[in-house]
Design a protein around this ligand. Structure first.
Ligand SMILES: *Cc1c(COP(=O)(O)O)cnc(C)c1O
Length: 383
């Protein structure tokens, strides 16, 4: 690719078609997808009810701006907040959702300090990147947004940094880009309790962990957490660009007319898709994801965990990190898996990351386990 900024190191094939959990490249090779387009196409590819909803909206109107009433936004928002006293701000990406959260937290509290965590990922714009705990991707872009502090994730010490001077704490319940690191449930609940006690807002970034990925609509619902602000994007419209910031209604006064905005955010196509997605992600569907995940984890623990080159497995639901020993390079494993017809992802610290579409079947998951096992063993032998 000659005329594209080289911000991505790309694999030399192109995906030209998708159906269910199967992708086809420009050479006609088929793949079992364990990436969901990085946690986006959680309901698979070419999914009939979503496709039909977007097509129907295409025939009506694609864009109108946020100057007019939008029942489409209201419908999607009501499915996101359910019966809770919360409001939604729609935008176009996870970055934008976190940017909105940062702005709302500052304006609503009248304070500026934010506490974020090491190895977090919240996006690439100045606000969201400033809250991201990854020096490598920040290199050369400073100075950053001021008053953003960092603490060690899962460390009891972090609790002492939650003081009334803070506007907000922002965290992921499972750090996705940071290496699929599970927040310790007791630590997460202690952070939430300390925030409440010190009158500090709690922002939970559910851009990757949300939309059924862990078997709940949002991962925080696996624990006793009551965030003031939740951000969503990736899986929310199954591939149509969208982001959402969901905040308690008591914060709404700080986001009055003219305070924040977006041209495309909440556009009709994204709302039609998000509504179709949220209608599918009902309790029965999520229960089925939990059952599939139990089955998957049984085989991951039985077949993959004991392998000599595996340090451990982390994650929850259908978000999985297989931590490889340093004598095997995750990039090589991913390339070997391409040859075996399986698409996977990496994450920090030599982690093989799996984010399969939630519609994947048990037998497909079992096939994935066997191919990954075989590939891990053969890659080491072949080195
Ligand atoms: C991907 C991601 C983002 C950024 O989302 P974009 O849509 O790429 O801007 C933010 N937070 C988390 C946890 C993510 O995984």
């Amino acid at each position: 690719m000659k005329h594209i900024f080289p911000t991505y190191k790309r694999f030399p094939f192109e995906i030209v078609k998708g159906n269910g959990v199967t992708l086809t490249d420009n050479n006609g090779q088929q793949y079992l997808d364990l990436t969901s387009g990085i946690g986006v196409c959680n309901l698979g590819y070419n999914t009939t009810p979503i496709k039909n909803a977007v097509k129907a909206q295409l025939d009506k109107v694609w864009h109108t701006s946020n100057l007019y009433n939008s029942e489409l936004q209201e419908k999607a928002a009501s499915l996101l907040v359910k019966d809770e006293d919360k409001d939604v701000y729609f935008c176009n990406s996870g970055t934008e959702a976190n940017e909105a959260a940062l702005k709302l937290a500052r304006k609503a509290t009248g304070k500026s300090s934010i506490l974020a965590f090491d190895h977090s990922f919240h996006g690439r714009s100045y606000g969201s990147l400033s809250m991201t705990g990854n020096e490598k991707i920040k290199e050369g872009f400073g100075p950053f947004v001021p008053d953003i502090k960092f603490a060690e994730y899962n460390a009891p010490d972090a609790l002492t940094q939650i003081t009334p001077e803070l506007a907000a704490v922002i965290l992921e319940v499972i750090q996705g880009e940071g290496g699929v690191v599970n927040g310790d449930p007791d630590w997460l609940e202690a952070v939430a309790a300390k925030c409440k006690e010190q009158k500090v807002l709690l922002i939970i970034d559910e851009v990757q962990t949300g939309m059924g990925r862990t078997g709940k609509l949002f991962a925080y619902q696996n624990y006793n957490l009551d965030p003031d602000i939740v951000t969503s994007a990736k899986g929310l419209a199954n591939g149509i660009p969208v982001g959402a910031m969901i905040g308690k209604t008591e914060l709404a006064a700080a986001f009055g007319p003219g305070s924040h905005g977006t041209t495309f955010g909440g556009n009709p196509l994204a709302m039609a898709s998000a509504t179709a997605v949220l209608n599918i992600l009902n309790d029965d569907f999520l229960e089925a994801v939990q059952q599939k995940a139990l089955f998957f984890w049984h085989y991951l623990e039985k077949e993959i965990q004991p392998l000599e080159l595996v340090n451990g497995i982390s994650g929850k639901g259908l978000m999985v990190g297989i931590h490889l020993k340093s004598d095997i390079e995750v990039g090589k494993v991913i390339t070997s898996l391409h040859k075996q017809g399986i698409l996977t992802l990496s994450s920090r610290d030599n982690t093989l990351r799996l984010l399969p579409p939630l519609i994947i079947t048990g037998s497909e998951l079992l096939r994935a386990v066997h191919v990954i096992k075989e590939t891990l063993v053969n890659t080491v032998i072949g080195q």
